[in-house]
Ligand binder design. Structure first.
Ligand code: ADP
Ligand code: MG
Length: 700
């Protein structure tokens, strides 16, 4: 056995361990609830908890924690030791069924969008058995981690996993129904697979520590562009440096121990930007694993005196980081509904699934946009960078022609059906070849999956996956309704008639051209496609009746929960902006202005010295004046930003405040930044109080 296969999953309570530690009966029941996605059968909880504890303690664990995904992003954990008193009053280590199935963190400090008032602020977390428990390790200490959902006592959603699991259920029911209509009896459970490609930056820890903005906001607020950025295109897929290989190898090792199938590692477009992508897995697990990857990366990097930056736009002027979420749908038989096939019925299923997604994106493009909106991603979507905020789908030439052919069918005959079938069957796996890809599209069909490119690098991909699931579910609902009333002589004929109509009415969301071009922005506007410029604009969809209805119909969120999400998103946005503005003001006043004071003194003193010596001093005097001007501009810029920040606080409500900070606040920061960056380019290097872009972005 190779080392990889030997260590793979050694820190997880995986199927092999379960089989070894549990009775056959219990093992079968547990596997059953894992496959069905149902809550754990209480009758076996005691045995499972005991086995898990024995396994964890044997591996050196002293504590356990329920690990969950609060709406604020990231993950949360509260550790409890296994120790408790025995009946005789001695210390023993135990982990009961109750502790496994359910635990009660004090939830008062998690964002809830006003769902709970603080006095009833209890929430509870419950094990999600479809995601295996695992151990985390720092130094000698190990902790048993139980992946969980997080709910309030009133049953309201407080996390991101619960709505995701609910969306899976809705999609499952809708998709299975369609399979039955198509005569498929084999499919018992719908499987969504996801592979999130994670982009990130790495900088030297020593340099990182000189930057208050990176440390506090995760991104730089100031920084003049380096002479050499990404213009030479020499970083993408370039040779990975020794130092980075050592980090990546350590990282992969840690990931393998946790059973996370890291597959690809490479340099990205910007200097010091990289990507890691795993093999795809069932969506729920892929999402949990992505969250773990982000955590583990940060820790492993520190061991190498490096800092991983997951922000969507840490440096102006070079590419930001995203997380391409690859998404496909299939079932327990291993079928992938987005995979062309030799069977005509499967190909009809392929086209219907395409149609379902078109319908979803056509109707709820704005909601999909909102699922990836936050202050960080605003610097990518709809700003000067990939991908655009208009949600359109790229199919490639071959598939576009095929869809057009379906759309233009006159009468459905055996011959047209055969021709369409041949078309799908021969669908080349062109998209696998990246040369054929349109990188300006937010949603691209890539051979046997959709790649959703608008997710931010720091995001929990669960939010986007939830909406993708719901969009597909919505499309299936419509298609099923229409199929039921179609008058074809068989299901294939009915399906083609339905598809013809669906492709026609969703034409506007298919776009093959350049998504960055101003023509597309104009055309999209004419077509009525939403194009929210930033988070406050994107959030408005959560007020729309159709969106609330979709959430209710799919049982993903109640109206109350949608409203709570609206509030949480805006609150988070406002807080992020406020922290950025305060940090910028602080840096300007306590670091930049003092540096300029020194520079002014130096220049003025030099001018005076020259004058005293009888030499020409006017150039140095001009320098001193220029620095004095910048001093004034920066001082005023910081004051203006502070005023704007205060003014925001007197807005009538959250939405108004978010809009105001996103417009006027952002403008005030940009103005300040322009002066600071100019000062950076003129001030003596040894006086500048923080690492510059060219240092931060120098190869490691
Ligand atoms: P790239 O887009 O960089 O060319 P790959 O083709 O290697 O990348 O795939 C990128 C990601 O897509 C990987 O995480 C991979 O596991 C995932 N992926 C591949 N096939 C599927 C699928 N059928 N469903 C979901 N994800 C998939
Ligand atoms: Mg990709």
């Amino acid at each position: 056995m190779s080392e990889v296969t030997q260590i793979f999953g050694e820190l997880t309570f995986n199927k092999a361990v379960m089989q070894e530690k549990l009775s056959h009966e219990t093992y079968k029941k547990l596997i059953n609830s894992i496959h069905s996605g149902n809550a754990l059968d209480e009758s076996i909880a005691e045995e499972v908890a005991h086995a898990m504890k024995e396994w964890a303690i044997n591996k050196g664990a002293t504590h356990f924690t329920h690990w969950f995904q609060p709406q604020r992003g990231g993950t949360a954990e509260k550790h409890d030791a296994f120790i408790s008193y025995s009946e005789e009053g001695d210390i023993i280590e135990r982990f009961s069924a109750k502790q496994l199935i359910q635990s009660e963190p004090d939830a008062s400090s998690f964002p809830s969008g006003g769902i709970r008032s603080t006095f009833e602020a209890r929430g509870y977390t419950a094990w999600d058995p479809t995601s295996p428990a695992f151990l985390i390790q720092s130094g000698r200490n190990r902790t048993l981690v139980v992946p969980s959902v997080f709910l309030s006592w009133t049953g309201d959603v407080l996390d991101l996993k619960t709505p995701f699991l609910r969306s899976m259920r809705a999609l499952n029911d809708a998709a299975i129904k369609l399979q039955r209509m198509l005569g498929n009896r084999q499919a018992k459970k719908i499987i969504v697979n996801c592979g999130p490609e994670q982009e990130y930056f790495v900088v030297s820890r020593k340099l990182y520590e000189t930057r208050l903005d990176l440390r506090t906001c995760g991104r730089t607020l100031f920084g003049a562009p380096p002479a050499k950025g990404q213009q030479m295109d020499d970083h993408y897929f370039g040779a990975i440096t020794q130092k980075m290989i050592r980090f990546m190898a350590d990282l992969d090792h840690e990931l393998y121990r946790r059973g996370i199938p890291a597959k690809t590692r490479h340099n990205e477009v910007s200097p010091n930007q990289f990507e890691i992508a795993p093999l795809y897995e069932e969506a729920n697990l892929a999402i949990d694993h992505n969250l773990q990857i982000m955590d583990i990366m940060r820790q492993v990097a520190l061991n190498h005196d490096l800092v991983v930056i997951m922000h969507e736009k840490p440096f102006a002027g070079v590419n930001g980081s995203g997380k391409h979420l690859n998404w496909s749908i299939g079932d327990n038989t291993g079928a992938n509904y987005l995979e062309p096939s030799a069977s005509p019925l499967k190909n009809i299923n392929f086209l219907l699934t395409m149609g379902a997604i078109f319908l979803g994106v056509d109707k709820f493009g704005g909601l999909l946009r909102a699922s990836v909106a936050d202050a960080g991603n605003d610097h990518r979507l709809g700003a000067n960078e990939a991908p655009p905020a208009i949600m359109s789908i790229y199919l490639g030439e071959y598939l576009t022609n095929l869809i057009d052919e379906v759309e233009s069918i006159g009468k459905v005959t055996e011959q047209t059906m055969a021709s369409i079938n041949m078309g799908v069957r021969n669908l080349p796996r062109i998209a696998k070849d990246s040369s054929d890809r349109n990188r300006t599209s937010p949603i691209a069909f890539t051979g046997n999956k959709f790649e959703f490119r608008a997710v931010g690098s720091s995001h929990n991909p669960s939010e986007a996956a939830t909406i993708l699931n719901q969009l597909c579910t919505y499309g299936y609902y419509i298609i099923e309704q229409r199929l039921a009333s179609a008058k074809g002589k068989d299901i294939r004929e009915s399906a083609l008639m339905v598809l013809k109509q669906v492709f026609k009415e969703t034409r506007r969301v298919r776009f093959e051209g350049n998504g960055y071009s101003s023509e597309w922005h104009k055309t999209a506007k004419k077509l009525g496609l939403p194009n929210a410029r930033n988070t406050p604009a994107a959030m408005s969809v959560l007020k729309e009746k159709d969106v609330i209805e979709l959430m209710q119909k799919t049982h993903v969120l109640s109206e109350r929960e949608v409203h709570a999400k609206f509030e949480i998103k805006l609150e988070t946005y406002i807080k992020t902006k406020e922290i950025e503005f305060k940090t910028a003001i602080n840096m300007a006043r306590t670091q930049i202005l003092p540096a300029l004071t020194r520079q002014i003194t130096l220049s003025a003193q030099a001018a005076a010295a020259l004058k005293a010596a009888g030499a020409k001093s006017n150039l140095l005097l001009k320098d001193a004046e220029k620095f004095a001007d910048l001093y004034q501009q920066i001082k005023e810029g910081a004051d203006k930003l502070e005023k704007t920040l205060k003014k925001g606080q007197s807005c009538q409500d959250l939405h108004a405040q978010a809009i105001f900070l996103g417009d006027s606040g952002e403008k005030a920061l940009e103005t300040l930044r322009a002066f600071v960056d100019e000062a950076e380019e003129l001030t003596a290097n040894d006086l500048w109080p923080m690492a510059k872009y060219h240092e931060l972005l120098t190869a490691l």
